[in-house]
Design a protein around this ligand. Structure first.
Ligand code: FAD
Length: 315
């Protein structure tokens, strides 16, 4: 069965918002198409019109750093972000981690950060990373522009807290202070796939005496069907002195109180929870090492911990 849709190619953001406003739910913005075109092909969405934003790339693909702010245009591709000199700093090391895990070179040259945030799915790798960087997005709509924190952008899986005519214009990151670092990790047995069994991003800021001044931890999911922060675990860690014992206790005792994992055909909820504990410890330990400049071996937190516990003894 044929399925027909039109494609409109606006030359300005104003025009894009106007088309989306005029056509309502029948129209959807299209960036690299690496997520949306698969949904269209599988008939999971049936837009009448795709509003192709690619013509806006000359204006909306950039990574700029200055005046204490990093700005990333919504149509910047993953490949461009991965080669951006502006992000070569331990405070933005999470981007390098994300680049290591993100899809294939071909997908990375099409997939955009705006499209990734636009998916609002637990597999959208930029969501946990921008969550821990406390990033904001600029939304452009027919009524003008407004700034929304990424932590307030999602209502549910694939449902964003924005009106239909609003298009993500750019991502804003306020420069994190000295002695801070970010880390992004995704664990899967395969590489180059969308889904990890577990994805995490952490942000850590330390005082000279190793006191945790600030910490943010995000996962592909905590309780809801999109990436979220593990606020209880963060609150437990904040203000304490960083140590392996501390992060191990937080991972084993605090995180499971707030995290509800799901089983599917790829992994059980128990396995995912155990993996979450391990990669949270790995990510925090790595962030600490980046700040203090010490070489470490993250394998001291073995990935297979769960598999070595007999089923009847598992919590
Ligand atoms: C083989 C394969 C591997 C993949 N691996 C990964 C992976 O490792 N990690 C990962 O996170 N993702 C992965 N993906 C998913 C996808 O590539 C990413 O989500 C990508 O960043 C989407 O960006 P895009 O520009 O292609 O968005 P599109 O597909 O064009 O759009 C995605 C959604 O966002 C909306 N949208 C697009 N731009 C905007 C905007 N500026 N404002 C508002 N809404 C907008 C669209 O309407 C649509 O709903 C993979 C996909 C494939 C096919």
């Amino acid at each position: 069965m044929f399925y027909r849709f039109d494609v409109r190619r606006p030359l300005t953001l104003k025009e894009a918002s106007e088309i989306l406003h005029e056509l309502g739910e029948g129209a959807l913005p299209l960036a690299g198409g690496t997520d949306l075109m698969i949904l269209v092909r599988e008939r999971k969405v049936r837009p009448k019109v795709l509003v192709d934003l690619w013509e806006l790339r000359p204006k909306l693909s950039y990574v700029e750093r200055g005046g204490g702010i990093v700005r990333i245009g919504a149509l910047t591709t993953v490949k461009e972000i991965c080669s951006a000199r502006e992000l070569r700093d331990v405070r933005y090391a999470g981007f390098a981690g994300l680049c290591h895990w993100f899809a294939t070179p071909y997908i990375r040259s099409l997939a955009t950060i705006g499209g990734n945030l636009g998916t609002g799915h637990s597999f959208s790798d930029f969501i946990p990373l921008t969550l821990v960087l406390d990033a904001e997005v600029v939304l452009h709509g027919v009524n003008g522009e407004r700034i929304v924190p990424v932590r307030g952008l999602y209502r549910d899986k694939r449902v964003l807290n924005k009106s239909h005519d609003e298009v993500i214009k750019e991502v804003i990151i306020r420069e994190p202070p000295e002695r801070s670092a970010t880390v992004f990790m995704k664990f899967d047995r395969r590489s180059e796939h969308v889904y990890g069994y577990v994805t995490t991003a952490v942000y850590l800021q330390l005082a000279e005496n190793d006191e945790i001044l600030d910490v943010r931890i995000a996962f592909d999911r905590v309780t809801r069907r999109h990436p979220e922060r593990a606020y209880q675990t963060e609150n437990y860690l904040r203000g304490k002195e960083f140590s392996i014992d501390l992060i191990t206790y937080a991972a084993r005792e605090i995180l499971p109180k707030e995290m509800r994992r799901k089983s599917d055909f790829r992994a059980s909820a128990e396995y995912r929870l155990d993996l979450s504990k391990t990669i949270m410890r790995r990510a925090l330990y790595l962030a600490w090492a980046k700040i203090v400049g010490k070489p470490i071996d993250i394998r001291r937190f073995p990935i297979t911990e769960f598999l070595r516990i007999p089923p009847h003894k598992r919590a």
